[in-house]
Write a protein that binds this ligand. Sequence first.
Ligand code: ADP
Length: 490
Amino acid sequence: MLKVSAVDLGASSGRISVGSFDGGKISLAEVYRFPNFPINLGSGVVWDFPRLFHEVKLGLRKMQLDYSQSIHSIGIDTWGLDFGLIGENGELISVPLHHRDPLNEEGMELVDRKLDRSTVYRKTGVQFMPVNTINQLARLVKYQPYLLDVSKNLLMMPDLFHFFLTGQNSSEYTIATTTQLLDVNQKSWDEELLDWLGLRRSLFTGVALPGTNLGPLRSEVQRETNLLTTRVISVATHDTASAVVGTPLASKNSLFISCGSWSLVGIEIENPIVNETTLSLNLSNEGGAFDTIRLLKNSMGLWLLQEVKRQYEALGDTVDFPSLVSGAFTAPAFKTFIFPDDPVFLPPNNMIERIQNWCVTHSLPKPETRCEIVRCILESLAMRYREILEEVEAAVGCQIDVIHIVGGGSQNELLCQWTANVTGRQVAAGPSEATSLGNMALQLYANREVSNLKEIREVINNSFQRHIYEPANVSAWEEQYRISKAKTQR
Ligand code: ADP
C-alpha cells in the first residue's frame, strides 16, 4: 500500500489528506483542515501567507503523528493567480496580494492602455479578468517598483510553498498558465510580454512540467514536522488542473465544473483553441497535466454564498452550507436573478446588499429573506453554467453530453439538480475532493504506480461513488433561462 499526501489550499480552506493506493483503488483520509480567507489591511486585500505556512506545517506534523514515516511523498496545489516575491537571501519581500483586491481593476486598465487585447490573447490564450497576475504586476510596476527591484524571484503560490518547504525555486507549468504571461504554445514565459510590461526576465524561473521531484523537506521543516524521508513532488499545482485530473470524465464531450469558491466551467482538449471566437467569448486555455488544455471560463462561483454566509455569521447567526441550501428550497422559485460574473461581486464584504442593489438597478425584484437570497444565487449560478456550456459548445463545435461537478459544490444538491434542469444534461456529482485526488494521482504517476491519465481516471472511478442527477422540469427552466438572460442583459 503506497501512501501519498495532498496539501490542497483552496481559497476558502486548506486541507491535508492522505491517499492510500493498493494498486487498483485509492482511498482518501482527511488529516487536517483550516480556514482560509482574504484579509483587508485597509491598504489592500492580502493573503496571510505566514499563517498558511504555519498551518501547513501543523498539518504535516499531525500527519506524521498519525502515519509515522509511512508517507512516501507530498504534493501541494493552490488557487491560481497570486504570487510572492523572494529576495536574494530567500526572504519573503511582502505579504502576497489577494486577487480580489479592488485595485486590480486599475491594473487591468493599465495593461489595456499598454497592450492590445488580441495580441495578449494570441500569445497567452487566457481569459481577461481583473484578478489575473498580469494586472497585479502592472500595478506593482506603477506603484511599488522597488518591491520588484529588490526581488530575486517571483513565485506563484504553490511554488512559494515549495520554496519555503524544500528550498527549491521553480515555476510549475499549470499554475504559471494562470498568470496570462505564459506563451500558450511554447509553455514558457513570453519574454516579449514581460519586456512590454517592464518586468525583469530574471524574476521568472524556468517552467517545469508536473511530476517533478523536488526532493526532501528542508532540515528546519524536517525537524518541525518529523517527516524525515518524505519527498515533495511538484504536482499539477493549480487546483483546477488537479481537480480535472481527479475527475473521471465520461467522454471527451464531458463538461467539468470545478465548483468551489470559483466555478471553473470547461472542457478538456488536446491543443489550445485561440481564435476570434474564443477571444470574443473570453475563454481561457489553461495548461493541464499530461499535455492537456482546459478550455474554460472562470466564473464567480460559490464565493457569493460564502460571503453571504460570512455576513450572517458576523451578525451572530449560526449558519452552515447544508442549512442554507435546504432553506433555499423553501423560497419561491425564479423570483429574481443576478449576473454572477458582474465584477461588482468580486471584492469581499456586504454581499447581501450588493446582490439586492444589483437587482434594484436592473429593475428586478429584490430578494429579501435569507432563503430568497440563497435561492437567487443558486438559480443564477445554474443559469450561468448553461450560458458557459453553450459558449464552450460554440468554441469547440461539439455537443456536451454529461456534466461533471466536483469540489465542495458537488455536495450542493440543489445546485447540481438545477444545473441538470437548466442544461437538460445529466449531472454526475463528485468526488468532492477531486483536487486532492488529482494531486495524489500525479505523485502516483511520478512514482510509476500509474502510467497515464486514462488509468488514473479508472482508479478514481473505481474508488468513489458519484451521485447522478437527471434533468427534470426542463421546459420551465428553459423558459426561465430565456427570461433571466433577457433581464440580466449586460
Ligand atoms: P475552495 O477549494 O475554493 O476552498 P471547495 O471546493 O472547498 O472550495 O468548496 C467550497 C464550497 O463548497 C463552499 O463555498 C460551499 O458552498 C460548498 N460546500 C461545502 N460543503 C458543503 C455541504 N456540506 N453542502 C453544500 N455545499 C457545501
